[in-house]
Write a protein that binds this ligand. Sequence first.
Ligand code: MEV
Length: 344
Amino acid sequence: MGYLMGSNKIIASAPGKVTLFGEHAVVYGEPALVMSIGKRVYVTTELRNDNLVKIVASDLQLPGVSVTFSGDELIIETDYGKTLSAVAYLRGAIDIVSKYLGIFKGVNVFVRSEMPVGAGLGTSAAVAVATVLAYSKALGYDLEKREIARLGWEVEKSVQGIASPMDTSITTYGGVIKVKLLGGNNYEVKELQASTSLPIVIGYVEREARTKDLIMKVKDLMSRHPDLVSNIIKIIGILVEKAEKTLMEGNLMLLGELMNINQGLLDALGVSNKRLSDLIYAARTAGALGSKITGAGGGGCVIALAPNNQEGVEVAMRLSGGLTMRTSLGGTGAMVHSHEPHTS
Ligand code: MEV
């Protein structure tokens, strides 16, 4: 049986991200610095004439991706080992937008990602935010960025149980931002006019744990050693303030040093592992000024600041068992398109 085509076809996209400084500590109210990347998630919504929601993941343009249905859940599995239950974020976004606007209409949703899903590049936030934007627009509403980011965060919290507003903010605004939770559901986003031409190399290894589990791991460590862990978190906050200043001044040597210190603190929080450490040290040995985990850890992505020897750093990461990815930085935040660009 075919499905009914809605009239309002909207294409929206949102970028992935790398966290430069402050992951995990951001959950405890410390600031984080985060930057969008050039790879995006595209979500197309078409309103239907009935009350059904149909979700299609088409042409993910990723090597080694398999998409399977288990019950009514769509599981996306990649070469990078991680599965992403994309449906939960898409459905969550439709429900949360419907509640917010007080309207529900059936919809066909198509999703495509240019990034490896679940590798720590903020794909779930990008899916949530692009869906919030496309569906609200299809219903005839022009939401402000602030509203889109907040609804995207609600989606992440409803699916994961726990999340900071970091990923949903950067995928909404794009560029480089500083995010800080202020308590309760309040948070602030500062858009920084920093250069987005940072010479960063991204490497990744298979993920062994989910973001939610890593956040819980840090919480558990905090409950057993509150005196130590709360101070590590505070030091990360001090480091982020210093990194913001350094980023604005464009002092790459110092920025690299701060990345290495941040990595040491993340290691102390227990979110690194041998495979990540291998990549991090390989990058440094090959001449990177600094390197660290980006995102939740437990596998996933690392970033290396390599102004002089990007290729050498990439090769070193690959020789230590990682994959590398090339992308521009500072991608535009969530946006609506007149047609879907054929990029990869
Ligand atoms: C996830 O990309 C980074 C964490 O800080 C979690 C979050 O901020 O939601 C670990």
